[in-house]
Every structure is written in structure tokens, then in C-alpha cells.
Design a protein around this ligand. Structure first.
Ligand code: ARG
Ligand code: ZN
Ligand code: CA
Length: 316
């Protein structure tokens, strides 16, 4: 989208300059000094003389351009998010392998780019609003720390080195994912945009991370991270965390409540209008094999936070 827009803008500039070129040529046809070319440069020279602040502003733009090219995270129009894994382990099983962590990166890339094998599940009544979110994840670093804790709960202690955890690495430019035993039947949790950067990121139970190694059925396909990263990108649960609640997304139907397992095809809601529920959405609570899509309006909500001025614009 962005690339197309830039290309269109560039084409318009060329087009308008060509027009100008033509009219200049026409009006000056008879004069030997007919000046050819785009007038932008001479307009710029005039403005530089008349506007004392312009030269410095243009210098700043060049600095920002060079920085964005060198360090920017939008590659061919696609956001690239570096991921730092922070693994906390007491047992050998909890110290999951690099391969299992890489499998989680692979699942995220599939699910956020409409490349998951189940994306085209037949007879999906919501196939017309299936999104290719177009965000890529790149493994940046793996930190490991041995601990004496057998479970970490949901109070963010795994994110604090002075509590035996691991502090986040560059949380305003990298997605930190803590992998540990959470306990209490919790598969994972995320911090929404707007929270403190000291605790920003996602927590996954090591048994529900990736799709290989210790990954455990029925949450063995890496979808806990897909769901939690959805929260981290500002998505709410599809049932709006209330009976027939709102998820602030226009193209998702109203659900009575969370769905579990793998709902029967055609499962409808008893909320107003009795819509067919979108139980195959990543922001429901079904088993991993039951979820395989984000919707187009969920995509818009996620991308919005990465725009200039958005709460996660620092990731650009
Ligand atoms: N926060 C949710 C929980 O811990 C995660 C649900 C993820 N669902 C899944 N199929 N992996 O219960
Ligand atoms: Zn959730
Ligand atoms: Ca909705």
C-alpha cells in the first residue's frame, strides 16, 4: 500500500514536471534561450534565499532519511519487528531449544502474512474478510537464565532482573517475549499499547511456545503467541470480554462469550441479529487448530499503532 502510494506520488511529480516542461517549451519556442526541465530546482533556490530556516530543515530531512534507510524497519512496505526471547528455566525441559523458539518466529510469520497452511480452510464463511496483516518477525536475540522458581504467575516478575527475571532489551524498538512456566492454566499474556516500557512485551508458557519440542496439544501450533501478539498490537478478545461485548472491530460479529475447543461449523451467537460467530479468529479462545485468521478491520487496528504518531511508532 505504502509503496504503491509513494510510486504514485513520484509519478505525479514527474508528470507535473513534464507538463511544465512542455508549456515552457511551447511558450519559449522561438527564443534561443528556451529553458528546458523541471522548475523545482529554481523554485527551491528562490525559497532558500527567501526562507532562512529552510536549509536547516532540509538538512534535518536528509539526516532522518539516512537514519530511516540505515535503521528503519519498513522493508518493501512491510513492518519488520525484531524479537528478543527471554527464557527462564528451572528444569531442562523449560530451557526450550533454539529450534523451538525459531518455530515460534516461523508461526508468527505465517499467521501474520496469510501463509499459514490452514488459512484457506474450506467453507470459511468469513473468507472475504481474511487479512494478510503484512508484519514480519525477525529473531534478534535469545537470552537464557536459570532460576529456582517453579512458576512465575502474571505479575510481571519474570521481566525484572532484581526479582530473578530478565529485564527487557530495547522494548521501544524490539518485541520482548518471555518464555517461562506461568502456572494457573495460563498459556500466555500480553501488555497492551500504552503500558510501561519496562514491562512491555509478551509472556508465553514454555509448553505453549512454537510448534515443536515441548509444544503441547491442543495448544501446540504456536497460536498462543499469535493471539498474545494480537493483544500487544491492541486487539481485544473477539467477544469484547463481556456477554455480547464489543471488540471495537467493525467486521467481526458479536459473540456471546469465548469459544473453546473447536466449535461446530456454523455456530451462531444469540446476541442481537444472531450472527454466525467468527470462532476461527485468533482472538477467540479455541484450540490452536481451530483458529486461522485475523480480519481486515483487526489488521487496520494493528497497523494503526505503528503509524507516525501511533503508540508503537518507535518500531518503524
Ligand atoms: N491468554 C489466553 C490464555 O492464556 C491465550 C489463549 C491462546 N489460545 C490458544 N489457542 N493458544 O488462556
Ligand atoms: Zn487473550
Ligand atoms: Ca466486532
Amino acid at each position: 500500500m505504502r509503496k504503491i502510494f509513494l510510486t504514485a506520488t513520484a509519478a505525479m511529480l514527474l508528470f507535473s514536471c513534464n507538463n511544465e516542461d512542455k508549456s515552457v517549451t511551447e511558450t519559449n519556442e522561438t527564443t534561443a534561450s528556451a529553458h528546458r526541465g523541471c522548475a523545482s530546482d529554481e523554485v527551491l533556490l528562490r525559497q532558500l534565499k527567501e526562507d532562512p530556516g529552510l536549509a536547516q530543515r532540509m538538512k534535518d530531512i536528509e539526516l532522518q532519511t539516512a537514519d530511516a534507510i540505515a535503521n528503519g524497519r519498513i522493508v518493501n512496505g512491510v513492518m519488520e519487528i525484531p524479537v528478543v526471547f527471554n527464557v527462564l528455566y528451572r528444569t531442562a525441559a523449560e530451557n526450550i531449544s533454539d529450534a523451538q523458539l525459531q518455530s515460534q518466529i516461523d508461526v508468527l510469520n505465517q499467521d501474520f502474512n496469510a501463509q499459514n497452511a490452514d488459512f484457506n480452510t474450506p467453507n470459511n464463511p468469513y473468507s472475504s474478510v481474511r487479512a494478510n496483516v503484512g508484519i514480519r518477525f525477525v529473531l534478534d536475540a535469545i537470552n537464557r537464565k536459570s532460576t529456582t522458581k517453579s512458576s512465575w504467575g502474571t505479575r510481571d516478575t519474570m521481566k525484572k532482573s532484581n526479582r530473578g527475571g530478565i529485564n527487557p532489551t530495547s522494548p521501544t524498538t524490539k518485541l520482548n517475549i518471555w518464555v517461562c512456566t506461568i502456572g494457573g492454566g495460563i498459556l500466555g499474556y500480553a501488555q497492551f499499547p500504552g503500558g510501561s516500557s519496562a514491562t512491555d512485551g509478551v509472556v508465553l508458557d514454555s509448553k505453549y511456545t512454537g510448534n515443536t519440542g515441548t509444544a503441547t496439544y491442543p495448544f501446540n501450533l504456536g497460536r498462543t503467541a499469535t493471539h498474545e501478539v494480537g493483544h500487544w498490537m491492541n486487539l481485544r478478545h473477539i467477544w469484547g470480554d463481556a456477554t455480547c461485548g464489543s471488540d471495537l472491530v467493525a467486521d467481526t460479529p458479536t459473540h456471546n462469550t469465548a469459544n473453546y475447543g473447536v466449535p461446530a461449523v456454523g455456530h451462531t451467537s444469540t446476541c442481537a441479529g444472531t450472527p454466525l460467530e467468527m470462532y476461527m479468529n485468533y482472538m477467540d479462545y479455541t484450540d490452536d487448530r481451530g483458529m486461522y485468521m485475523f480480519s481486515n478491520d483487526q489488521k487496520d487496528r494493528m497497523l494503526a499503532i505503528f503509524n507516525v504518531g501511533g503508540s508503537r511508532a518507535s518500531f518503524r
